[in-house]
Design a protein around this ligand. Structure first.
Ligand SMILES: [Zn+2]
Length: 60
């Protein structure tokens, strides 16, 4: 029982690491307004303020 619990938590930790990796690509922003927002759809769309194409932001 205990060993099983350890394996499950290990698998959970690994999947959490992978999720953190994908989060680095989960922000989009407007290069003109410098605004950022979460990517919630497959398409980036355009800025609501100025109409510029939104770009994917990567964190350093
Ligand atoms: Zn804009």
């Amino acid at each position: 029982m205990f060993e099983q619990a350890v394996q499950v938590s290990e698998a959970f930790r690994q999947s959490a690491d992978q999720m953190q990796g994908s989060l680095h690509m989960a922000l989009k922003g407007c290069p003109e307004c410098k605004t950022t927002q979460m990517i919630a759809s497959p398409t980036l769309g355009i800025c609501e303020e100025c109409g510029s194409d939104l770009v994917v932001l990567t964190r350093e």
